[in-house]
Design a protein around this ligand. Sequence first.
Ligand SMILES: [Fe+2]
Ligand SMILES: [Fe+2]
Length: 124
Amino acid sequence: MSDNLHLNIESMDEKHDEFLALLSSIQSCPSSEFMPLFEEMISHTKEHFAYEEEIMNNLKFYGKQEHLDEHANLLGEMEYFYNKAKKFPAFGKSYIHEYAYDKFKRHIINIDSQLAMFLKEHGF
Ligand SMILES: [Fe+2]
Ligand SMILES: [Fe+2]
């Protein structure tokens, strides 16, 4: 996880760093902490997405709908694996170890970066 995912919008980078820290703690936690940390990652993601969505609403960002759809997909998927993991821990583990980082990274690079550029143009 050594990619530089910073977009140089402090408030967004802060949320992204917090997410990465949470993800890395789930990846190395004892089994007993897996589900509670997974749940924490979901709440953090809800808060992170709601934060960006509020900015987009306030500034009438042109790419809002695409961004909202992506958030709904990512969160839906995260919740799907969380619920699956209650019965089948291996599903949750494979999501956390093999998918979550790439999904997140792709969102930042392809989608959040457009918002960050727009914010810079608007002196945010
Ligand atoms: Fe983000
Ligand atoms: Fe986003």
